[in-house]
Design a protein around this ligand. Structure first.
Ligand code: ZN
Length: 328
């Protein structure tokens, strides 16, 4: 929900930005990069990451008939514009099982940024385990005490409203944590919920073989997305370098080809630093994707390429949103 101040700010922003961006688009038609995570049908999707196969197919068909769809890693100075590039983050199994057949059927290219730590482990990403433990399980205690020297606290968890607040609070905390801390907190939560370290098959990442098959498709490019999907700005530079370089090397070993693109986990400006950008250049990435709205012009920093997050929109909403994305 937007409060009145936010609404006012947003009105002012669009009053200033829309004419400015229109002028910039006139001077240099841009590439618009779209960000997807999942293509599948889920009963429960609190992070709103999944687009149904039907909506995804309609979106791809519309893009294919309306714009040049270019590859993320291409030199955009040389492509007809305005153009669209399609990207996916994280490496869910449904990228291979459900998105790829539609991309191939429609004939549009896409780049998949993959976190290597979950590939081939059958593990779900930590945010899905939180959903399962906190929001879906009904028979848990009335409160949860997080044991941690710095971040320890108690959340009531008696009813749905409390659980939702608990879930939002701990997601926030875990976004700022490193992998070891997160694993420790998840173990505490599993004990609290008397849950096994179970795998929800609907939320798993690709197997190595699925990733290999995905990468062999003509229109597909694989990019890196760290090992453990940790917010890079919360890590010291040597740990950041490890996450960035190790994910690139692992993908290159699995796929036997050079990996030249990367996307920042979470991807907002607060989730990485100027050091992160330098580390990515040093690691040999030629283009890097962020996760804030904007248009990619010839003067846009190639190592902080803006992207627009796509939700499970039916085609009417999608086309309307897309119109706004050219100037937002
Ligand atoms: Zn991600």
């Amino acid at each position: 929900m937007m409060n009145r101040t936010d609404k006012f700010k947003s009105t002012i922003r669009s009053a200033v930005c829309t004419p400015r961006n229109r002028l910039l688009n006139y001077l240099d038609p841009p590439v618009l990069v779209l960000l997807y995570h999942r293509v599948t049908s889920l009963l429960y999707d609190p992070e709103m990451l999944a687009v149904t196969p039907d909506n995804f197919r309609s979106q791809m068909l519309f893009l294919k008939k309306t714009f040049p769809v270019v590859r993320f890693e291409e030199n955009w100075a040389k492509v007809p514009k305005p153009a669209i590039a399609i990207t996916f983050d994280d490496g869910y199994a449904d990228n291979f099982l459900e998105a790829l057949p539609i991309l191939e059927e429609v004939g549009v290219p896409a780049t998949f940024f993959v976190s290597t730590g979950t590939i081939g482990t059958s593990k779900e990403f930590w945010w899905h385990e939180l959903e399962r433990l906190i929001l879906e399980k009904q028979d848990t205690p009335l409160s949860f005490t997080l044991e941690d020297d710095r971040c320890g606290r108690v959340w009531p968890s008696g009813d749905l409203k409390e659980r939702q607040e608990f879930y939002q609070g701990i997601v926030q905390l875990m976004t700022n944590a490193d992998a070891a801390q997160r694993d420790n907190w998840l173990a505490q939560l599993r004990r609290w919920a008397s849950a096994e370290d179970a795998i929800a098959n609907t939320h798993r990442a690709m197997t190595i073989e699925e990733l290999r098959q995905l990468s062999r498709s003509n229109g597909v490019t694989i990019g890196a997305h760290t090992v453990t999907h940790t917010q890079l700005s919360s890590l010291p530079p040597d740990k950041q370098r490890e996450e960035i370089v190790a994910s690139k090397k692992q993908l290159e070993a699995w796929l036997d080809r050079e990996v030249t693109t990367f996307s920042y986990p979470f991807g907002k400006r607060c989730h990485y630093t100027s050091e992160t950008v330098t580390l990515c250049r040093e690691a040999g990435f030629t283009k890097v994707a962020a996760n804030f709205p904007g248009q990619a012009h010839r003067w846009t920093d190639t190592h902080q390429t803006p992207r627009h997050l796509i939700r499970n929109w039916p085609i009417e909403t999608f086309t309307e949103k897309l119109r706004g994305f050219w100037t937002r």
